[in-house]
Design a protein. Structure first.
Length: 481
């Protein structure tokens, strides 16, 4: 892995600095468990400096640009990312542990986000509002100011793309706190943004611990909007911090997303989606489909097919590009194994295989397919965040809806059926931010608004919708008689 920046530094005001603490944190390769470098331990001082740099550029060069000029910078950034896709993929694969091809998809998605939001920057319009005689009333979309972005380790590039891309397009200046487990691609992105001509201070990156740098960012009075992607527990802290400063917050949290397979589903088409949505990124995906609900008449057949697919899954180092890589950390592996310990062997339908030469220190867990546990079991209710799927039978449409909607989460759901009317009914009844019909995830679609209900969070990122969230509506009423 070739880095063209020092990962032990923070990026503030367009320049690289040692963190104010003078301290670093270990950088681990999840595929081997080895320390491969050090990252900066940013703290409240760095966050304060980053917010000041953002405020300064908003009052100066960045704030003075037109929407079209902002868009052009994002387009240039998109092009630079495209030139670096392979390098970025290797960085992400090494840092996160995801198979190389999946990491490459993330780098391509990052470029696409910059392209999409670059193109959108000058397309969001206000309205004129019919009002009393003698008035002309119109609305303006303005940036919040400094926006704070807290990102998890599982899809750093995709999540940075969707939140920072939309925020910059609207003219905000960003302070980004990547996860301590995987921050390299955030730093690489910042350097490419500098090369693309983004004015110094419009994007600042402060790696560090959540309870230090993260908490300082959420509490900072200069931050006017918070975008948080991560766990429910930390999401509650972020929302509470936002409440102290009365700033809007977008929460993109966890999920327990179901795929509902009816008796008339095209099984051959569905099968790869059913399996991949559970094991992609070793199941460490907010929108992972960890519950497969299947009509009871198809239950045995689906179990047989999915078990056969699991039999063929290979798990190994990220750069070997197998089906599944390691989990992010020893701690995450422990969590997943504690869930697996809740079931006995006769509920395990099938498991993938960890390759023999996988390094002993890597955090590998064989993908595990489970049947015979009820919809209320912890394995069917709680986000495991590992390569574990549960198959649950249902009797009819109402029963399927009851089970599908029967968790605290509501992020993504899908329906597999050839009956168009049923698909449309289900799409209305399923409690989720996104519903897919006869597919799952639509290949990530940067254009598609994304977000949750319930414990999956609130607010929407991705697509044009994100631009509304990253802007403030102002109404202007002019009286001219
Ligand atoms: P996490 O909540 O532990 O950490 C996420 C980020 O929050 C990290 O950058 C961390 O440093 C920071 N953080 C931790 N404590 C903080 C604090 N007190 N104040 C401010 N920031 C703090 O989550 P994780 O383990 O990194 O990620 C996994 C979770 O993220 C899962 O629940 C997953 O479903 C969720 N997730 C959701 C989406 C989505 O779009 N809905 C996408 C990816 C991941």
């Amino acid at each position: 892995m070739q880095l063209w920046f020092d990962p032990a530094e923070v990026f503030i005001g367009g320049r690289w600095f040692l963190p104010a603490s003078g301290e670093t944190l270990p950088l681990e390769n999840p595929s081997t468990g080895e320390e491969i470098g050090r990252i900066a331990r940013g703290n409240a001082v760095d966050i304060d400096n980053a917010v000041s740099a953002a405020e300064e550029v908003l009052a100066g060069e960045w704030g003075a640009l037109t929407a079209a000029e902002r868009g052009r910078i994002l387009m240039r950034l998109s092009w630079l990312i495209t030139q670096k896709v392979d390098a970025l993929a290797e960085i992400e694969a090494t840092d996160v542990g995801k198979p190389l091809a999946q990491a490459k998809n993330d780098a391509i998605a990052l470029a696409r986000y910059m392209e999409f939001y670059g193109g959108a920057a000058d397309k969001l319009m206000g309205e004129t509002i019919p009002f009393q005689n003698g008035f002309t009333v119109y609305t303006l979309r303005e940036p919040h100011g400094v926006t704070g972005h807290i990102v998890p380790w599982n899809y750093p590039m995709q999540i940075i793309g969707r939140s920072v891309g939309a925020a910059l397009a609207m003219g905000n200046a960003c302070v980004l706190k990547p996860a301590e487990e995987a921050c390299l691609s955030a730093l690489a992105f910042a350097d490419l943004a500098r090369q693309a001509g983004l004015p110094d201070g419009a994007l600042n990156v402060v790696p560090g611990l959540g309870e230090e740098a993260g908490a300082a960012l959420t509490a900072h009075k200069g931050v006017k909007h918070l975008s948080f992607t991560g766990s429910v527990g930390v999401g509650k802290l972020v929302q509470a911090a936002a409440a102290q400063n009365i700033v809007p917050v977008t929460l993109e949290l966890g999920g327990k997303s179901p795929q509902v397979v009816f008796e008339d589903a095209d099984l051959e088409k569905a099968l790869p989606f059913l399996v991949n949505a559970g094991i992609q990124n070793a199941g460490q995906t907010c929108s992972a489909s960890s519950r497969i609900l299947v009509h009871e008449s198809l239950y045995d057949e689906l179990c047989t097919h999915m078990a056969a697919a699991y039999d063929g899954l290979k798990v190994g180092p990220a750069l070997d590009d197998l089906n599944v890589g390691p989990l992010i950390s020893a701690r995450q592996k422990e969590i997943v194994e504690s869930f697996l310990a809740m079931t006995d062997e006769n509920h395990i339908l099938s498991r993938g295989r960890i390759v023999e030469d996988a390094p002993a220190g890597g955090h590998y867990v064989a993908p595990t397919l489970i049947s015979g546990v009820g919809p209320d079991h912890s394995l069917s209710q709680d986000e495991i965040f590992g390569p574990v799927q549960v198959i649950i039978p249902f009797r009819d449409e109402d029963h399927a809806v009851e089970i599908a909607n029967g968790t605290e989460y509501g992020l993504v759901a899908s329906v597999w059926s050839k009956d168009g009317g049923r698909c449309m009914r289900m799409a209305k009844k399923l409690r989720a931010g996104q519903v897919f019909i006869n597919n799952y995830g639509a290949a990530g679609g940067v254009e598609l608004p994304f977000g949750g209900v319930g414990h999956s969070g609130h607010g929407r990122e991705k697509g044009f919708e994100a631009l509304y969230g990253f802007s403030v509506l102002k109404t202007v009423a002019a009286h001219h008689g």
